[in-house]
Design a binder for this molecule. Structure first.
Ligand SMILES: C[S@@+](CC[C@H](N)C(=O)[O-])C[C@H]1O[C@@H](n2cnc3c(N)ncnc32)[C@H](O)[C@@H]1O
Length: 329
């Protein structure tokens, strides 16, 4: 089988052409079989009809071949825009995956599925736009990234102060600012990340960065500018979230949204959650990235343990591999 036909996206795109082949070729072929039977018994008229039919079929096949070639060309351009090369994974959700995401966003936010669908689509478009124009990539699967982006504004955070712990290239923050702004909130962003040249992740070997882009302040600044004025005005604190100087500078306000996406070890997540207890505004949203992701077991382990103890946070639910908590007063 050609590799094109093994590719599920290509198969989806080529489905109309395949049914065209069925319509244009299968029916005439069964008619031809009858004509062949007649021609075999010396019927001259039948032989003539057969020849005409064959000429017609040849023409049809030629035009189908042209259509398929055209589709292959379009498929390649589509792949360049949406496939996994140079980013975290492919950006080609199926309709079923997208609808599942819409259901999860609606469930966690308590909002009508119409709004969840609208915002999931807007999130997807932002991801494609920012990864096309920005430096580096957004981290994570399409479902997880779009789920966070759509759910955060739908959860009506109590204020526009947003903290992201672990920003990598800053593109998720830029997208989040855009999603909040389009929902009518003018956000104020603070990010914390060592921006050490490459991603720091205690306990894991640092693999090659698929984009080849360095994790640096100038890169994050360039990306945050894609989030509009709020991105240009963002506060970037270079350092670890456990660093007392960073904590002191960042703890000057109560945040409506805190995204915990830094050190993914159980100890790192536990420490960030303890800090978040102190700086989350009443009604504030805490997003725990990679909760339930088997690749980052420490996240769920620390979160479940934290939530089983004395806490202001209540679990609202999950979307893809992110958990959403709300701070009580
Ligand atoms: C998974 S990436 C963040 C991805 C980003 N939020 C996104 O959605 O595209 C984790 C980032 O956290 C940084 N990091 C690791 N430990 C940290 C810590 N203790 N405090 C702050 N950032 C940390 C890493 O260097 C990396 O840049």
């Amino acid at each position: 089988m050609s590799s094109l036909f093994k590719n599920p996206v290509a198969r989806r795109l080529l489905r109309p052409a395949a049914s065209l082949v069925d319509q244009r070729v299968q029916r005439p072929v069964s008619r031809l079989r009858k004509d062949l039977d007649r021609a075999a018994y010396g019927d001259r008229e039948a032989r003539e009809a057969l020849r005409r039919e064959l000429d017609g079929l040849r023409e049809e096949l030629g035009s189908l071949r042209e259509e398929v070639t055209g589709l292959r060309v379009r498929q390649f351009a589509f792949d360049l825009l949406f496939e996994r090369v140079g980013r975290s994974g492919n950006r080609t959700p199926t309709r079923q995956e997208h609808e599942e995401l819409v259901r999860e966003i609606a469930a966690v936010s308590g909002k009508d599925a119409r709004f969840a669908r609208r915002d999931a689509a807007a999130a997807f478009r932002s991801v494609i736009a920012l990864e096309s124009l920005g430096l580096g990539r957004l981290a994570g699967t399409t479902a997880n990234v779009c789920g966070k982006l759509a759910a955060i504004p739908l959860l009506d955070p109590p204020n526009g102060d947003v903290l992201e712990i672990g920003t990598l290239f800053g593109l998720f923050s830029a997208a989040m600012l855009r999603m909040m702004h389009r929902a009518g909130v003018e956000p104020r962003l603070t990010v914390v990340d060592p921006l050490a040249g490459s991603q720091l992740q205690p306990g894991t070997a640092s693999g090659a960065e698929p984009t080849g882009t360095p994790v640096r302040l100038d890169v994050v600044r360039a990306n945050l500018a894609l989030g509009g004025t709020a991105g240009e005005l963002a506060r970037v604190h270079q350092g670890l979230s456990g660093d007392p100087a960073v904590r002191e500078a960042v703890s000057d306000r109560k945040y409506g949204v805190i995204v915990v996406d830094g050190d993914h070890t159980a100890a790192g997540v536990a420490a960030d959650l303890e800090w978040a207890e102190l700086i989350a505004a009443p009604g504030g949203i805490v997003v725990l990235d990679d909760y339930g992701d088997p690749g980052w077991a420490g996240v769920q382990e620390a979160a479940d343990e934290h939530l089983a103890g004395p806490t202001r946070f209540e679990m609202l639910g999950r979307v893809a591999t992110s958990a959403f908590l709300r701070a009580r007063d």
